[in-house]
Design a protein around this ligand. Structure first.
Ligand code: ACO
Length: 477
């Protein structure tokens, strides 16, 4: 193939490229500023401003020897600015390849802050430790959704509003009756959340803030009712209607466990422990389920359908399903003596230590520390638990082991939450449901924030295509 030389001395094949691929594209060349050959990107070029040195990033493309100056916003580049980096003018432009979003911020958010290296978790600026100690779950829900903790009067009004949406439509009960007797409660919950969409057709008006808030209240209020009905269905027990004279967690426990007694009394220490667990699980910024919530919500699906999708993600064993797996693992280990052999299998790659490791936390998950402390109060009521002994010893051994230390694998929230849930009287198949109830608040807060963010659009990532070029279909039988 014929090779030509461009004025800058680069050799290239003219048949493939009309212009020298190593030289700046005409529009890039036009925006070069001075002898350092920096490309000023459109935002800056349009405003005629050169970004100051500390708010830009300079990138040199070694394929073309071109230098680009990318503006920084909040210390980060905009992925779209990479599109200016091209070898040929008709190229699509560079994308950032980031499978599983390991280093991609898809939104700006003022709800939850995590520093995974330091083990910090804050909701709206408040440390999770303070919130777990001093607030109840509905106050934290108010904080996450509305940005501030409620006053006493606001708190009462908020609780009242939620309590008055706890009932499920009777037809929803009939719908739930159709599930197989051994259906997993998470499957029932996800389907019932989606089915609520059919009862509230106006919910599709997601740009109407009043309609949105009404459905936020409905979802927070009805989640415990749906969860309890799913459980009662799997046990063949009659459904227990909500009792609005009880607190959020007491009402849930009452709907789960009231049998023939006229006044089932929930132990207040256990209800408080569940309330703390709900606070710890209320939000966790852009995790898998929340990302689904934002993604489906960006298509303006109604909040019931959107949240059903988020809850479906949570059901996975690598996400909210891990706490159920932890209990299975502890039972499989069976006794403290068997731990070294189990750890050997984990290190050989045969198994994962469930409840260990986290995409974000590379130190102790602060939620696991709070649960570990709260466990003492629960076990003071319920008596000691064999699984806790195994878990504590497993943690002790793992945290001294080079395999776990080198990979920064520490207990996550799920390591101890399952043990707590079981001590509180919940069956393992209910654990992820117990995660979904409080996470409803985080999902809805993130959904609202996404809908109100003028920078957001329907979510639609790019791909790097690795399949064949156009192929001719000669003949096909
Ligand atoms: N047990 C043993 N090894 C592990 C574990 C584990 N639990 N978690 C990670 N590793 C190892 C990986 O095998 C990998 O080792 P390698 O470098 O030799 O290949 C290394 O640690 C890094 O792990 P990744 O899988 O790359 O970490 P990632 O961030 O993708 O995964 C996850 C995070 C999914 C939570 C993972 O740690 C895991 O599967 N843990 C067990 C399930 C669990 O507890 N999930 C709950 C998460 S918290 C939540 O969702 C509420």
């Amino acid at each position: 193939m014929a090779q030509v030389q461009c004025p800058n001395g680069h050799l290239y094949e003219q048949v493939t490229h009309s212009a020298c691929p190593s030289c700046p594209a005409p529009e890039q060349a036009a925006s070069f500023s001075g002898s350092d050959a920096q490309t000023v990107l459109p935002a800056q070029a349009a405003s005629g401003l050169r970004a100051s040195g500390d708010s830009t990033l300079t990138v040199t493309d070694n394929r073309t020897a071109q230098t680009y100056t990318l503006p920084l916003q909040d210390g980060n580049i905009r992925a779209l600015d990479l599109r200016r980096i091209k070898v040929h003018p008709d190229d699509f432009g560079m994308v950032s390849y980031d499978p599983a979003y390991l280093n991609t911020a898809a939104c700006k958010s003022s709800i939850t802050f995590i520093d995974g290296d330091k083990g910090i978790l804050r909701y709206r600026g408040y440390a999770i430790e303070d919130l777990a100690e001093k607030c109840n779950f509905l106050e934290v829900a108010y904080l996450l959704l509305l940005g501030e903790l409620p006053t006493e009067a606001e708190s009462k009004e908020w609780e009242y509003k939620i309590q008055h949406h706890t009932m499920l439509h009777e037809n929803a009960k009939k719908f739930m009756d159709g599930f197989h007797h051994n259906a997993h409660p998470m499957g029932m919950l996800v389907s019932t959340i989606a089915a609520l969409s059919t009862f509230y057709p106006k919910a599709r008006h997601v740009t109407d803030p009043d309609e949105r808030m009404l459905n936020v209240l409905r979802l927070i209020a009805k989640m415990p009712t749906m969860a309890a009905y799913a459980y009662r269905h799997s046990r063949g027990f009659p459904y227990v209607y909500p009792d609005n004279s009880l607190s959020y967690t007491q009402n849930f426990m009452n709907m789960l466990w009231q049998m023939t007694e006229p006044n089932y009394v929930v132990n207040p220490s256990l209800a408080r422990a569940l309330d703390v667990l709900f606070i710890l699980h209320a939000d966790h910024e852009q995790n898998c389920g929340t990302t689904v919530m934002r993604c489906v919500g960006s298509a303006q699906a109604d909040p019931f359908l959107t949240m059903a999708a988020a809850a479906a993600a949570l059901a996975g064993p690598l996400h909210g399903g891990a706490n159920e797996e932890v209990i299975k693992m502890l039972d499989e280990i069976g006794s403290v003596d068997h731990i070294p052999a189990y750890i050997r299998r984990v290190k050989a790659g045969e198994l994962k230590l469930m409840g260990f490791g986290h995409r974000v936390y590379k130190s102790y998950d602060p939620r696991a520390s709070i649960i570990k402390k709260a466990a003492d109060e629960v076990f003071a009521v319920t008596g000691s638990n064999r699984r806790l002994d195994i878990a504590l010893e497993l943690e002790r051994i793992a945290l001294q082991d080079d395999y776990f230390m080198r990979r920064n694998l520490y207990p996550n929230v799920d390591f101890y939450s399952g043990i707590m849930y079981q001590a509180l009287g919940f069956a393992p198949e209910m654990f992820t449901v117990l995660f979904a109830i409080p996470r409803t608040v985080g999902w809805l807060a993130q959904w609202q924030e996404m809908l109100e963010d003028p920078e957001q659009k329907i979510a639609r990532p790019r791909q790097v295509y690795t399949g064949p070029e156009l192929r001719k279909l000669a003949s096909h039988p």
